[in-house]
Design a protein around this ligand. Structure first.
Ligand code: FAD
Length: 393
């Protein structure tokens, strides 16, 4: 049986980051991905801010994964008045996940990790302080042994549970996403569009993320807890009610769940570290998880390297991952979680009112978890929102 220091399950951003960090430190690492092509099919609006790309350490390295440069943002309230932002510098990109995820996996492979597509991790068993994992590819099954397993297997993770760590979340913290990639639509190809309406996009929002001239990811995220129909039906209504979208064609259909809360205090077990969507590492207000997954994977890799050096793969040793992640990202995301709870409690009338109270800089800083008290103070201007405002003060 082949032996590894670390087995990474999943080659999305979290898995690629973990594998790269482990390989760079000289560990023997295997990263398995069940899909035939890494990054495909995409389940993503493909939005990535420039600050996120910088946090991932990939800004300025290569432009092959960028499809559009974003310099404008429009946030539309229920009556479709908007807060508009225009920037002198690039704020972010619409990327091509099929190129992007493969690029991240290639970086892990270049660092020395063995990456294998179309290979499903199907069973796990702890033996003699290690984990024996059964892998399956094209009808063939075999086993590998590793000191640590990094579960980077996305929102539908099974790995952590199989190794004794429950990652289930409350249904209220799950967002259901549905998206069309569309062509032949009239949009500003440098602008992100966000639409809010508590009945039309319950517990979420609709987005248009341009991917070049006349082309965009047009999607919706809703929370099934409050929904009266499927995410697809809400999206079809959104497209039908906007003439500039209605005339377009659909070239790709994507769907998937997004964890928008349920941050875990404990993300480790004996021989186990969980990262990315599998550990609910997503910004709870907008559902962006690419950079969060990458950072979670990077920290998982760093802790795995320390554990191999110390020859200690116990839950006690690996729990330093919990501390590191909460220090670097968790506290901030937890603040944003509170913001999410406040925003989803606002009425359509409140959202329309907010358009006159907020400016673009405010919105951007709130979504990053900055100046949340300022948002609370703005809400205090409406006496009926005082109780809600206190959550942020
Ligand atoms: P994933 O990217 O899901 O990777 C996990 C991988 O593990 C998958 O490739 C899967 O095939 C593999 N896997 C699973 N089980 C096994 C197994 N047993 N064996 C082997 N491999 C396995 N985020 C943004 O930042 N910007 C956006 O615009 C955005 N839009 C979104 C729109 C939608 C509709 C959805 C659903 C999500 C969106 N997200 C967005 C979220 C983002 O896609 C995820 O947060 C991100 O991909 C998480 O990365 P990950 O590595 O944790 O998981």
């Amino acid at each position: 049986m082949e032996e590894y220091d670390v087995l990474v399950v999943g080659a999305g951003p979290a898995g690629a980051a973990a594998a790269k960090v482990c390989a760079e430190a000289g560990l023997k690492v295997l990263d398995v991905e069940k899909r035939a092509e890494i990054g495909s099919p995409k389940r993503c609006g493909e939005g990535l801010s420039k600050t996120s790309a910088e946090r991932m350490g990939i800004e300025g390295t290569d432009n092959s994964w960028k499809r559009a440069v974003i310099t404008k943002v429009g946030v539309y309230s229920p009556n479709e008045r908007s807060v508009d932002m225009k920037f002198d510098e690039d704020q972010g990109y619409i990327i091509d996940r099929k190129v992007f995820d493969k690029m991240l996996a290639e970086k892990a492979a270049e660092a020395g990790a063995k990456v294998v597509a179309k290979t499903d991790a199907i069973a796990f068993e702890r033996t003699d302080g290690k984990v024996v994992t059964t892998l399956k590819s094209m009808g063939k099954e075999w086993k590998v042994c590793s000191k640590i397993v990094v579960a980077a297997d996305g929102v539908e993770t099974k790995t952590a549970r199989a190794l004794g760590l429950e990652t289930l979340m409350k249904s209220i913290d799950i967002c259901s996403g549905f998206q069309y990639e569309m062509v032949g639509i009239d949009i500003d190809s440098a602008k992100l569009y966000f639409y809010f309406h508590q009945d039309k996009y319950p517990g979420g929002y609709a987005w248009i993320f341009p991917k070049g001239e006349g082309k965009a990811n047009v999607g919706i995220g809703i929370r099934p807890t409050w929904a009266k129909k499927t995410a697809k039906e809400y999206l079809d209504d959104f497209v039908e009610s906007h003439d500039f979208l209605k005339k377009g064609s659909i070239t790709e259909v994507n769907s998937g769940g997004v964890p928008v809360g349920g941050l875990m205090k404990d993300m480790v077990g004996d021989n186990l570290i969980v990262a990315g969507d599998a550990a609910h590492h997503v910004n709870p207000i907008h559902g962006g998880g690419i950079a969060e997954a990458y950072v979670g994977g990077r920290i998982a890799g760093e802790v795995a390297v320390e554990a191999v050096k110390a020859n200690d793969f116990s839950k006690g040793f690996l729990s330093r991952y919990n501390d590191k992640w909460w220090e670097e990202r968790g506290k901030r995301l937890n603040g944003i979680y509170k913001l999410r709870q406040v925003v989803e409690s606002l009425s359509n009338d409140d959202l329309d009112w907010l358009v006159d109270e907020l400016n673009g800089d405010d919105i951007i800083s709130f979504t990053k978890g900055d100046a949340l008290k300022k948002f609370g103070k703005i809400l205090l201007k409406r006496p009926k929102l005082a109780l809600l405002a206190r959550k942020l003060l």
